[in-house]
Design a protein around this ligand. Structure first.
Ligand SMILES: [Zn+2]
Length: 378
């Protein structure tokens, strides 16, 4: 039976307390362990609906005794952000109390974990893995959490840090489905993309800033460098799945997305059954340093000339910014692609100011203005 728990979060102000809901399916503490969450950026809603549909499928699988390990589902990962309603708009990406982006600055567990396992690692892969997982759990438990948001992040990590698969469901402004993974898991992530029908895979390094998904891999990445003679295996896959655009919330999409995710789990042996073939053949893979994040260069009204997913050559005009306060009416600043690639995401903002992110062009060549280590935008 699905076990449901409500975890009380730290009270931020008198009379107020939020809670996190956690569903557990399969065998308690069994492996492989799979972790799903949605809405860490609390203004990104499609994944919240996907998980509602997925939970029904998982419950059905559980009734058939078809879940060999454990599957944990956090149907809304950020009750703080969900409540940040500012004059009718949900401001769910950044913490209004000032701790920053909800999907950054998770506890750095590497040093504590290294200190804990040093001198205790041997030659057996599974023994080492369990040693590292125990050390990671202890490192999370030892983290200080002095404010509500930090405590939320700690709670999420405590649920997920020892998982074999981590799926963090997000979305963009207006985009096709895509996935972010680390480069060393690109092959596996590409297979996920084919199964869930995601057209693009964006890959990143593990040495720089990481988001929630990378927080599960980075300690392993560095431990493997520190202890090259002791075999250990990082989680099989930790990814950020971007379920299209903010307003792509529909039962039609979510039911198919949930069925595709479920089918992927079956294919991975995480649920017993016969897997269906993947949805897609071709996935466009771009390293993050080849993805151009375009910013508005002028203030005015943004008008797109090219549809989502259009292929752009370098120099192609794909949008214009209409100047409203020039002496002559309707003067326009063209927005040109700086690299050849797909117009992968478009903002749904229409009144823009200089510096606003307006589009992503998913190219093939590393861009000189993109510096590794500070690229994350999910
Ligand atoms: Zn996001």
């Amino acid at each position: 039976m699905m076990r449901t728990e409500r975890i009380q979060l730290m009270s931020p102000s008198p009379g107020t307390r939020r809670e996190l809901l956690v569903h557990r399916l399969g065998q308690a503490d069994a492996r492989p362990k799979v972790y799903f969450q949605a809405g860490l950026h609390a203004d990104e809603w499609p994944g919240l609906l996907v998980l509602q549909h997925l939970l029904a499928l998982l419950q059905d699988a559980e009734r058939r005794n078809a879940i060999p390990g454990e599957i944990i589902v956090v149907p809304y990962a950020n009750p703080i952000g969900l409540s940040q309603n500012v004059f009718g708009y949900v401001a769910g990406r950044f913490d209004l109390t000032g701790t920053g982006n909800f999907n950054r600055n998770f506890a750095d567990l590497y040093l504590d974990t290294r200190d804990s396992v040093e001198g205790r690692l041997g030659s057996d892969l599974e023994t080492n893995n369990e040693l590292v997982r125990n050390a990671l759990r202890a490192a999370v438990a030892a983290e200080l959490a002095e404010d509500e948001t930090t405590a939320l992040k700690k709670t999420l990590l405590a649920l997920s840090i020892d998982a074999d698969y981590v799926f963090d469901l997000h979305c963009d402004d207006h985009s096709s489905a895509h996935v972010y993974s680390v480069k060393r898991q690109a092959d596996k992530a590409q297979d996920l993309c084919r199964h869930i029908g995601a057209r693009y895979l964006l890959t990143e390094d593990l040495d720089g800033v990481v988001a929630f998904d990378g927080s599960h891999l980075q300690p392993w990445h560095w431990l493997q460098k520190d202890f090259p003679d002791n075999p250990m295996e990082m989680p099989k896959l930790a990814v950020t799945v971007e379920y299209r655009g903010q307003y792509d919330v529909s039962d039609e999409l979510a039911a198919v997305d949930a069925a595709n995710l479920f089918n992927y789990l079956v294919g991975e042996g995480l649920i017993q059954g016969d897997a269906q073939p993947p949805q897609l053949e071709d996935v466009h893979v771009s390293a993050l340093e080849s993805v151009d994040s375009m910013k508005a260069e002028a203030a005015g009204l943004l008008v797109f000339q090219k549809p989502l997913d259009a292929w752009l050559e370098q120099g192609d005009v794909f949008a214009e910014i209409v100047c409203l306060d020039g002496d002559q009416p309707n003067q326009r600043t063209p927005v040109r692609a700086r690299t050849a690639g797909y117009l992968m995401a478009r903002t749904h903002r229409r009144l823009v100011r200089p510096g606003d992110q307006i589009a992503k062009v998913c190219g093939e060549k590393p861009l000189p203005h993109r510096k590794i280590g500070n690229l994350l935008q999910l």
